[in-house]
Design a protein around this ligand. Structure first.
Ligand SMILES: [Zn+2]
Length: 86
C-alpha cells in the first residue's frame, strides 16, 4: 500500500540548494539574488558578495559539489575571524 506522498526532507534541502538564492542581510533591503546575479570574491575577511542593490556585504561559504560544481551558501553573519588585525 502506498501511503500519502511525503517529500523527504533531504529532497527539499537539495532542491533549495540548486536554486541557491541569496537574501541581502541588510534589513532595509532584503533583496534576493541568484548566484549568477552577484560577484563573489574574497576581500580578506572571507568570501562575500556585495548586494547589487545596496552594496551591503553578504558573507558566503564555498562548497565543492561532488560533480565538480561550486556552490555557495550564505552565512548568517560574518565569518568568525576575531577582531580585525589590520
Ligand atoms: Zn541589499
Amino acid at each position: 500500500m502506498a501511503g500519502p506522498l511525503v517529500r523527504p526532507v533531504q529532497y527539499i534541502i537539495e532542491s533549495s540548494w540548486r536554486i541557491n538564492v541569496f537574501t541581502c542581510r541588510n534589513q532595509s533591503c532584503e533583496a534576493q539574488w541568484e548566484q549568477s546575479d552577484v560577484v563573489i570574491k574574497n576581500e580578506g575577511q572571507g568570501l562575500l558578495f556585495r548586494c547589487p542593490m545596496c552594496g551591503a556585504r553578504n558573507y558566503v561559504e564555498r562548497f565543492d559539489g561532488e560533480d565538480g560544481s561550486v556552490l555557495y551558501e550564505q552565512l548568517e553573519g560574518r565569518p568568525d575571524h576575531g577582531p580585525m588585525a589590520e
